[in-house]
Design a protein around this ligand. Structure first.
Ligand code: NIG
Ligand code: FE
Length: 424
């Protein structure tokens, strides 16, 4: 870790960034600002100025030479299930034999198998595993990340997961946004008493999470066989009463009204949306709900891809994220998500950039602090081993992050193109 009060990033070949402190939609999603021969000055972790041509003298500042490369804002991964026990590689064989995701869950596997492993893990173990994932994310260019609970499904274990997130937020450079997802599945002990589990969620879990101030958002998995639209509404409205802003896992596998419910409860974001119907798209466009799309999950499940192009064209602000989790998407590489955003969603590289920066920040309530390179925002940026944005989206599966700057501190990744900061 390199720590400095003032950092000057100079000799930037091309700097590309969306602009603003709110989500961008429609044509504005692809309208990014491009600067050539640019520099960025970061003071006390916040962007003080940026410009083109001769950089300011900035006496005493640490200087980072971008060597003519591409610079973008740090990436915002607006949807992850960061904290969990175990992995699920043992389900790969079942998947290959064609057993559907919801069928694996119905047999007590899937999410429920991760619940067993998570309940068996201590907070320290959960944190250590989360830290390793965050280190890898930072190396891939992620500087802000949402993290959901949802593998505890009891008051104690949900709070343990959220405390692990809180502790990592304090100790790891990546800024974390905690989301309570107690409504991720009905746990085995409530299999015959769904109503009892919903009562537990509303009367005990949400109040406990709010009392310790452990989450900013409340999410539900609104899906056939998991939580119905009516149950989801009750849970999200309870969350709202306790100060947790709503998010919804909607229309991931089947459309049961989640994207319309988003409008009714004023959800900040609606997530997955593979099976989103045209009414869901209009509802999100009218409400300004951010559609948080997860193309690596479609890839991993062998499922269809969300109608992203239709959403952008209809004026829905679209964010893209990894969905990092041990089941449907054990991938935390936002660069891969960007490539899939172009190839599978047919979004332009500029639309994709907004989706993984400013719109992601809006999906987690941080658009005033993160998601673009502008004075007053966090000094979060990535120097890429790329000459332009097209190249970054066009390459597939490599890590092109060369230097990652988080609140003015410099982190390095990759072996090729590694550079040492000069001076002070
Ligand atoms: O976003 N949709 C629900 N939850 C996760 C999957 C979690 C898991 O399989 O462990 C998802 O796809
Ligand atoms: Fe998810």
């Amino acid at each position: 870790m390199e720590v400095s009060e003032t950092l000057l990033v100079y000799r930037i070949g091309t700097l590309v960034t969306p602009e603003g402190a709110t989500a961008r939609s429609g044509a504005a999603q692809g309208a990014v600002r491009t600067l050539r021969d640019a520099w960025v000055l970061i003071e006390g972790g916040t962007i003080a100025a940026l410009g083109t041509g001769e950089p300011p003298a900035a006496p005493g500042a640490r200087r980072l030479d971008a060597e003519g490369k591409l610079v973008t804002p740090g990436l915002v991964d607006a949807h992850t299930h960061l904290i969990f026990g175990g992995w699920r590689q043992h389900e790969l064989g079942m998947k290959l034999r064609g057993v559907p995701y919801l069928e694996i869950l119905a047999r007590g596997g899937g999410i429920l198998s991760t619940v067993r492993a998570t309940r068996a893990a201590s907070q320290g173990q959960l944190e250590e595993k989360g830290r390793r994932a965050l280190d890898e994310m930072l190396a891939f260019g992620t500087t802000t990340c949402e993290a959901k609970s949802g593998y505890g499904l009891s008051v104690e274990t949900e709070c343990r997961q959220l405390r692990a997130i809180q502790s990592l937020n304090e100790s790891h450079p990546i800024d974390l946004v905690p989301t309570f997802l107690g409504a991720h599945a009905v746990p085995e002990e409530y299999r015959t008493d769904r109503a009892g589990y919903i009562r537990l969620l509303c009367r005990e879990m949400i109040p406990a999470v709010a009392a310790e101030n452990l989450a900013a958002f409340c999410d539900v998995f609104c899906e056939t066989g998991v939580f119905s639209a009516g149950e989801s509404r009750e849970i999200l409205e309870t969350g709202l009463r306790f100060g947790l802003r709503p998010k919804i896992h909607a229309d991931e596998i089947e459309a049961i009204g989640g994207s319309q419910l988003a409008r009714e409860v004023g959800a900040v974001s609606c997530e997955h949306l593979i099976a989103c119907p045209p009414e869901g798209i209009s509802a999100m466009a009218a409400a300004g709900t951010v559609a948080c799309l997860l193309p690596a999950t479609s890839f991993y499940l062998g499922a269809a891809y969300a109608p992203a192009r239709d959403m952008v064209d209809a004026g829905v602000p679209v964010a893209l994220a990894t969905d990092f989790n041990p089941g449907s998407c054990p991938c935390l590489n936002m660069q891969l998500v960007m490539s899939l955003g172009c190839l599978k969603y047919r979004l332009t590289p500029e639309e994709v950039l907004t989706a993984v920066t400013l719109n992601g920040a809006a999906a987690v309530g941080l658009a005033e602090r993160a998601g673009s390179l502008e004075p007053g925002k966090w000094g979060d940026l990535v120097i890429w081993k790329a000459e332009d944005l097209d190249y970054l989206c066009y390459r597939l599966g490599s890590n092109l992050a060369c230097a990652v700057v988080k609140r003015g501190d410099v982190y390095y990744s990759g072996t090729e193109g590694r550079q040492a900061p000069e001076g002070a």
